[in-house]
Design a protein around this ligand. Sequence first.
Ligand code: COA
Length: 348
Amino acid sequence: MQRAHIIGTGSSIPERILSNKDLESIVNTSDEWIVRRTGIRERRISSNGRDESTTDLATRASVNAMKMAGISPSSLDMIVVGTVTPDRQFPSAACMIQKALNAENAAAFDLSAGCSGFLYALTMVNNAIRAGMCKTALVVGVERLSSIINWQDRGTCVLLADGAGAVVVDSTEEHHGILSTHLKSDGTFWELLYSLDGNSYVPEILQDVNKRPFHLKMDGNRLFKRAIGCMAEISREALEHNSLCSHDIDLVIPHQANIRIIKSLANNLRIPMERVYTNIHKYGNTSSATIPIALDEANRDGLLTKGAHVLLVSFGAGLTWGAAMLKWSISDGPGGRLEQAPPAPERQ
Ligand code: COA
């Protein structure tokens, strides 16, 4: 039976750093509040002058992943992008990336699942490979949330940021790679996090031409409580499905929305924080990009050894949540792909 495994990871983040101190001059907030309540110290925000659009960031992340995988763009059969901030409503970010990469043989499409976009996209590719529909695919999580942030809303603008991560997924006959994926949604709670206007849901558009579209609205407190329960529940489902227990997990890579959510999840699963990857202090919440960026950093920093069990778990707007259980297959020994890959870039 064909399985899917990750053979390359990559990421790309904007150069411009926006610190908590910088935010103190934009909204009524403080470095102390943001660090204590979220764990975020700084985040990256795209600049137009630096070619840091959604497509630019995603393309750079993809090139890095393909370099590690040692494949050419023409060998991609499929490109699936999880994003809520494509450069245009259409064509898809995936088609823009396809053009930038010159990946002429790929079927390319976007998928909207809030912060769970990457895990939803990974699941589609995993299933396509298992079904024999494709052999080699690119999965991207990318956001330019700065373009839809309401910079007067201190409840959200201190949390969200920009970035991209990508993985190359290939078929394999070995019993490793993506062991299972698990997805859930509950649309009854869509009002906990949504874009206020935009797309076709703007009945008064001619009267509201000055209104900036796509502002976010979030009920952070209620989301917070749901996030912990949903992520813990789906992590358990992934463990049970693979007959694994918490002790068997070498690294958890959770969605980076709030350090308190991550710590509660770890506590709930009885997994010590040393085995939970966090980079929220540097990048904030980049929605569907948090997991692939963290996966790339962990991989390049040598935290993932061949055979390691890695649990990816997400939660986001929709509501959507998901998990993936991986048995890591990139060799880190002599001749392994990581031998040739540069370490994660210094991002200070
Ligand atoms: N700086 C200072 N004070 C702030 C603030 C900021 N940036 N943002 C909110 N506050 C204030 C609120 O106005 C409120 O003040 P009040 O008590 O005078 O009304 C107080 O802090 C507490 O607000 P609350 O929303 O209850 O705080 P919280 O502890 O829940 O933390 C979040 C807020 C947003 C950090 C937290 O709820 C969260 O992370 N939620 C989940 C986010 C999430 O998962 N998002 C999307 C899914 S990926």
